[in-house]
Design a protein around this ligand. Structure first.
Ligand SMILES: [Zn+2]
Length: 239
């Protein structure tokens, strides 16, 4: 380890803080994720409505077919009943009763079909409403995503540059020192390096014992603040 390693470590801290700052900005910016969630929920909802509609349509078709069968049966029996071929009064009475029963059944089917048609109309209206809201949400999402792209493009560009610079700095710095720095940074809120300035640690403002100054200046090993445990450095041109 040399003095230069600590100068680079100081730069690395600046780079990392810069990346953290911009990443926080990106995290706080609305990328349209919430609207996208609503959009997906609306799509799922409209699919469920459409499925319900299909199910009602098939029930309607089935009822229409049943009604046709009932009416055909009724017509067939009416023909027999009033065609003059049946003369037995008992048989005639039974036929009339059956015809009346079929007529009631046909009425019931017509009522069910009408009820179903009303339900289908309501579902169709709900589908239309849901589709309208999907279009609105989709437009909103596009606009938010565009605005996110515009407002964050600078930060994203800067992050890319900082990362590039970071790679160079890390590549040139003592590996063990970088590892130590990263471990501290992870534990202590992103700050692994502090500056010895006016006799105090810049991270925690606690006085650094004078006896440590020469060691920090020499830069042959990491000297850590006794209070906050950050690696102490004296930047070029300071101290
Ligand atoms: Zn400190």
């Amino acid at each position: 380890m040399t003095r230069d390693d600590f100068q680079r470590l100081y730069e690395l801290q600046g780079i990392d803080s810069g990346i953290d700052q911009r990443e926080a900005l990106l995290a706080a910016a609305d990328d349209g994720g919430d609207v996208l969630g609503s959009l997906e929920a609306a799509r799922v909802a409209v699919e469920a409505l459409q499925e319900d509609l299909r199910e009602k349509q098939s029930r309607q078709r089935k009822l229409e077919l049943d009604l046709e069968t009932i009416l055909a049966d009724r017509d067939r029996r009416s023909e027999r009943c009033y065609g003059g071929t049946v003369s037995n009064p008992k048989e005639l009475a039974a036929l009339q009763q059956k015809i009346a029963e079929l007529a009631r059944n046909a009425d019931r089917h017509e009522d069910m079909i009408l009820e179903l048609l009303e339900e289908m109309e309501a579902v169709e209206a709900a589908v239309a409403e849901q589709q309208e809201s999907i279009e609105q949400l989709a437009r909103k999402h596009t606009s938010i995503a565009d605005s996110y792209e515009r407002t964050t493009s600078r930060a994203r560009g800067e992050i890319a540059e900082l990362r590039e610079r970071r790679e160079m700095v890390v590549g040139a710095t003592d590996e063990a020192l970088v590892r130590e720095y990263e471990a501290i940074r992870e534990r202590f809120g992103g700050i692994g390096v502090a500056v010895l300035r006016d006799g105090t640690c810049s991270a925690c403002n606690v006085a650094v014992p004078r006896v440590l100054y020469p060691m920090i200046e020499r830069g042959t090993s990491a000297v850590r603040c006794e209070s906050c445990r950050r690696i102490l450095v004296i930047p070029e041109g300071e101290g």
